[in-house]
Ligand binder design. Structure first.
Ligand code: DHB
Ligand code: FE
Length: 292
């Protein structure tokens, strides 16, 4: 079991793991409707069994969930590049079929405000969200990792990234933001063990001529590079995501925030890749830090 960091003899929060996972809404519907053992879904959910045990054993104090809003809380009227949820609670959004029957998401305002201050003073121009409804981008990853508890096992700090309206942030910017989040967490004077989720992806395109596009070769290279060659993964330009991973493949830049929040060297605890779930190639990683 990893314990909280004690640097210079003082207690501080510490990042103890990274999770990457796709957030396809149909996965949430399959869970909510009891279909996880159906032929179509069983192979997908099998790949998360080890992850559910890992996170249960890890028992983190807080989860920072990097996700994107799908025109739910935000719209074309207001498009923050990075919005950090600093509220006590984040209601589950109704995306057109009623809110998902999952527990409310409780935040961690003390740590969230500390991160906001640290990031802004570190020259990342963050939007502070004190009211934020969360959609499938955040709730599906929670369900995949935590199952169907009566209450989520830890507070959640949502970090919402614009990947819907051009221009989204670059992968490099996202990686550097992750590094700044690591510094922010490690300068919080409380013994908290924090896990960071990067969500969305992998290859998928939901619209126009190339709807249904899946590129397993790109996805698997991305998984390898994200784990072992993050400097290569963070240099991928927008056009390459668009061309190779489809118009919604750009969601993968959010995985780079999670990766940046970890050390340069990590070990891969678990990997799962499954095609398709709805229109999407589902990818999943569990990472832990090696020494820096
Ligand atoms: C699908 C995938 C997404 O990432 C999303 O946000 C919406 C739909 C899909 O494959 O159906
Ligand atoms: Fe999405």
């Amino acid at each position: 079991m990893v314990t909280a960091a004690s640097r210079n003899g003082r207690v501080s929060a510490k990042i103890v793991g990274g999770v990457a996972t796709s957030h396809v809404p149909a996965i949430g519907a399959a869970i909510d409707q009891g279909k996880t053992t159906d032929d179509y879904w069983a192979p997908l959910f099998k790949g998360f069994e080890k992850s559910q045990k890992w996170i249960k054993d890890l028992n983190p104090d807080v989860a920072i969930v990097v996700y994107n809003d799908h025109a739910t809380a935000f719209s074309l009227e207001l498009i923050p590049t990075f919005a950090l949820g600093c509220a006590e609670e984040f209601p589950i959004a109704d995306e057109g079929w009623g809110a998902r029957p999952v527990p409310p998401v409780y935040g961690h305002p003390d740590l969230a405000w500390h991160i906001a201050q640290s990031l802004i003073l570190d020259e990342f121009d963050l939007t502070i969200a004190n009211r934020l409804e969360v959609d499938h981008g955040l709730t599906v990853p929670l369900s995949l990792l935590f199952g169907q508890p009566a209450r989520w096992p830890c507070p959640v700090i949502p970090l919402c990234v614009n990947v819907v309206q051009y221009p989204p942030p670059t992968g490099n910017r996202c990686y550097n933001l992750g590094k700044a989040i690591q510094r922010a967490v490690e300068s919080f004077d409380e013994d908290l063990r924090v896990v960071v989720f990067g969500t969305g992806g992998m290859s998928h395109q939901l619209q126009a001529e190339r709807a249904g596009l899946i590129n397993s070769e790109f996805d698997n290279r991305f998984l390898d590079d994200l784990v072992n060659r993050p400097d290569k993964a963070r240099a991928i330009p927008h056009l390459e995501y668009l061309r190779e991973a489809g118009s919604e493949g750009i969601e993968l830049v959010m995985w780079l925030i999670m990766r940046g929040a970890l050390n340069k060297k990590v070990h891969e605890i678990h990997r799962h890749y499954h095609v398709p779930a709805s229109n999407t190639a589902v990818g999943h990683l569990i990472l832990e830090n090696d020494s820096r």
